[in-house]
Design a protein around this ligand. Structure first.
Ligand code: GLN
Length: 192
């Protein structure tokens, strides 16, 4: 597909960067790796991938990216954080806390479903909005999110627990939409 002129950055410190770039290509949007604050210039949206939030948080600090990403969000840039990315977007983090960006009014509880062997795939609950119906959600050492502020909208739940939320132009999934053969969460980001 030919790129449509929009450009989405993928934070490339660690994690499933190539899978996200593949999803963007599939949606006809140019994707680029972000490792410096200048890489944020001119982006329409930013993806913070899953991986290990301790490593990504340290990388954000080392690269001086905390403030530039917060400024990107303040200036209206859309952001999607997946799994560890969702942890980094949260107001606060529990169970081996790490410094976070604080762009979503919620608490993330790391590894709340258990360890790697407790990873699983589950269908989203049937009260999902029509455009996200029947999503298969891939959870890998996933966090749970709790204490959602009044501005945080829950878009998808699995077993009653929120797994995809939105606050303004910031989206977070506790699952890995880049690993299922389904571009709808990435399309939602582009729609913001
Ligand atoms: N368990 C990881 C963390 O707490 C997140 C796992 C993932 O991104 N798949 O950082």
């Amino acid at each position: 597909m030919v790129a449509d002129g929009r450009c989405v950055g993928v934070l490339a410190i660690q994690g499933a960067v190539d899978k996200h770039l593949g999803m963007l290509e599939r949606l006809g949007v140019h994707g680029t790796r972000v490792l410096r604050k200048e890489d944020l210039d001119g982006l329409d949206a930013l993806i913070i991938p899953g991986g290990e939030s301790t490593t990504i948080s340290k990388g954000l600090d080392r690269l001086g990216l905390f403030e530039p990403i917060q400024a990107f969000a303040r200036s209206g840039g859309a952001i999607l954080g997946t799994c560890a990315g969702a942890i980094l977007l949260a107001r606060e983090c529990e169970n081996h806390p790490v410094p976070t960006l604080g762009l979503l009014d919620m608490r993330a509880v790391r590894n709340a479903y258990g360890t790697q062997v407790d990873s699983f795939v589950a269908p989203a609950d049937s009260d999902a909005p029509a455009d996200l119906a029947a999503m298969r959600c891939v959870f890998i050492r996933a966090p749970q999110i709790a204490d959602l502020g009044p501005e945080v909208e829950v878009l998808l739940r699995v077993d009653g627990l929120p797994v995809l939320v939105r606050q303004g132009r910031v989206l977070a999934s506790t699952f890995h939409p880049e690993l299922a053969d389904d571009p709808r969460v990435h399309a939602l980001l582009l729609g913001l």
